[in-house]
Design a protein around this ligand. Structure first.
Ligand code: KG4
Ligand code: ZN
Length: 370
């Protein structure tokens, strides 16, 4: 593995000058090998991400076998560099945490076995982190809230969460660590998948979300008509496959030149449909009995799709209209990263949720089964 592919993340400003319990977190469930050291006072001491995106780009998506091999080659270096960047050695660490699912099982196994080995050799507590819980809890490590409080805000329980990533799209009521109530979820594709597939159809590359987002900001969202599946139906579930199929049909029938203006307008129109679906489903979610009785003060977005500028802006307005605070993690904590796993390790360790008998990593592991 070439060292020049390793990215040392911006740690953000220190939240506290006191260093609390230190957790080493490891993430390897998709195409990032990442590790971080985070403390119980919400400081990120070191954060390293080795992104495999260049290795998968030519295939237009993640190839699981290549990902697993790349994780094996990267994991030792990523962990060592994380310790070095924090100026710590393994004896200084109090808790070890790693993603134990859901995700591509070959990759999950690599990170989980590394963490298990370290924890056993050093007699330290080990936390089996659900990757989705990593996304769900990271706004409590660091978020910016649209109420003038700025980056570094910690979101309090309960909160209403829009969790949108490459593999998942769910609205959850987050009552506490390990306490998730599913309010709505996709019945087919995830939002991230829709972005990635539309990008692929347009020949824009992988991952599609950031590229489509950028193009959409330059385009006219009214030029193409995309459906808004389920938006006229009660409930909080999503469906994105119809939007994707509409994109395919429009492109197949198209007679116009596919120039920059066409692509920008197509991306803007597609993204507007996704945003409308998310807002419509969240509007319904806010009115459910479960949410009304829990009275969450904060509306949160997390997962890779939380980087999307239009989704952030629309959710901020929705929060405002409903007297809620809107909060989102900083951009580098939205997509997969080790800091969110280390933080979920801290949160679980605090409530005594550590591994006491061997854990088998799980390719599927819904948050509601924690
Ligand atoms: O959370 P994540 O890193 O991985 C999973 O756990 O799946 O999310 C990756 C997804 C990809 O589908 C990617 O295209 C999407 O997040 N994404 C975005 C943006 N940045 C990343 N989607 C829309 N707009 C963005 N700016
Ligand atoms: Zn993820």
């Amino acid at each position: 593995m070439k060292d020049d592919k390793i990215i040392q993340m911006d740690m953000g400003s220190a939240i506290s000058s006191d260093i609390g319990t230190l957790c080493l977190g490891i993430e390897s469930s998709c195409d990032e090998t990442s590790a971080a050291i985070v403390d119980s006072n919400r400081n990120i001491l070191a954060h390293i991400i080795y992104s495999q995106i260049p290795e998968h780009q030519k295939y237009g998506g993640v190839v699981p076998e290549l990902a697993a091999r790349a994780h094996i080659l990267a994991i030792d270096t990523v962990i060592k560099q994380t310790l070095n960047a924090a100026g710590k050695n393994i004896d200084d660490i109090d808790v070890i945490a790693a993603t134990a699912g859901p995700g591509l099982i070959g990759g999950v196994l690599v990170g989980w076995m590394a963490a298990t080995g370290i924890a056993q050799a050093t007699h330290k507590p080990l936390v089996a982190v659900n990757h989705l819980e990593g996304h769900a809890l990271v706004p409590r490590l660091s978020a910016s809230a649209a109420n003038g409080m700025g980056v570094g805000v910690s979101v309090e329980f309960p909160y209403l969460l829009m969790l949108a990533s490459g593999g998942h799209c769910q609205i959850l009521l987050v009552r506490g660590v390990g306490q998730y109530e599913m309010i709505g979820q996709t019945i087919d594709d995830s939002a991230g998948e829709a972005f990635d597939k539309v990008s692929k159809m347009l020949g824009l590359g992988y991952p599609g979300g950031p590229i489509v987002d950028k193009r959409a900001n330059l385009g006219n969202p009214k030029r193409f008509h995309f459906p808004r599946p389920l938006c006229d139906k009660p409930g909080c579930d999503f469906s994105f496959s119809g939007i994707k199929t509409a994109a395919r049909i429009m492109l197949d029938k198209n007679q116009e030149p596919v120039d920059d203006a066409f692509i920008n307008d197509f991306c803007a129109s597609f993204q507007a449909a996704v945003v409308d679906c998310i807002i419509n489903r969240l509007e319904h979610a806010i009115k459910t009995d479960a949410v009304k009785s829990a009275k969450p003060k904060t509306l949160v977005v997390a997962g890779g799709v939380a980087k999307n500028s239009a989704i952030r802006a629309a959710m901020e307005k929705l929060a405002d209209d409903n007297n809620m605070i809107f909060a989102a993690p900083p951009m580098n904590l939205c997509t997969d990263n080790g800091a969110m796993i280390a933080w979920a390790g801290i949160e679980n360790w605090r409530v005594g949720n550590i591994v006491r008998e061997p854990v088998a990593p799980r390719p599927r592991w819904p948050l509601t089964e924690l």
